[in-house]
Design a protein. Structure first.
Length: 202
């Protein structure tokens, strides 16, 4: 079992190291800062299945670090939740295949409300329909899944999470997010106590 664990950790770490690093990251962070912090919109993330869970995590992490963000379920969007979109919002769509039907449909619905809404895409298929709709395209490198069947979202979701972390940290640096501001959003728990302590020291 220890050898299996080591093999999995080695494979996943190599996949992270091989994420293509391009100017699209700077473009994506710039779009988030412009739409959310300059134009007072919000970041709206979306994805189906496991990708949707990653999108939800990214949204909550952004919100806790000073960038208002919400998760929009692509199916619920078709039943009224699309109404949360506002003119200056920016969309972050996640789909490993870049072909997820509900996400493709959501593009049309969103642009039916606001034709010039900006879209960031995280995908393992740089030639997909979704990728071609992106204002900023973050390609995962499309690593094979470490799953024994090669099917279960494992390595792909690891990469999506890491890319989300890059966007969050990059945005925090651009907006100069401080311990004091973090403490305002984390009243309870260990992180709240730690952030208040650090803000007092600074």
């Amino acid at each position: 079992m220890k050898d299996l664990v080591k093999d999995i950790l080695r494979y996943e770490s190599e996949a992270v190291k091989n994420i293509p690093v391009t100017d699209e990251y700077e473009k994506a962070v710039g779009l988030i800062v412009e739409q959310v912090h300059n134009k007072k919109g919000k970041l709206v993330t979306s994805g189906m299945g496991k990708a949707g869970q990653i999108a939800l995590n990214i949204a909550t992490t952004f919100s806790s670090t000073g960038t208002p963000s919400v998760f929009l379920h692509p199916s619920e969007a078709q039943h009224g939740d699309l109404g949360l979109l506002q003119p200056n919002d920016i969309l972050l769509f996640i789909s490993n295949s870049g072909k997820t039907r509900e996400i493709i449909e959501l593009i049309g619905l969103a642009r039916g409300l606001y034709s010039d809404i900006k879209i960031i895409v995280i995908t393992g298929n740089a030639e997909s329909v979704l990728a071609k709709e992106a204002d900023a395209l973050l390609y995962t490198g499309n690593p094979s899944e470490v799953c024994a069947l090669g099917l279960t979202p494992t390595t792909s979701t690891t990469i999506m999470t890491v890319i989300g972390d890059v966007l969050v940290v990059g945005t925090m640096k651009r907006i100069k997010f401080t311990n004091e501001e973090y403490a305002k959003r984390h009243h309870g728990g260990y992180l709240g106590e730690k952030s208040r302590y650090q803000s007092k020291k600074s």
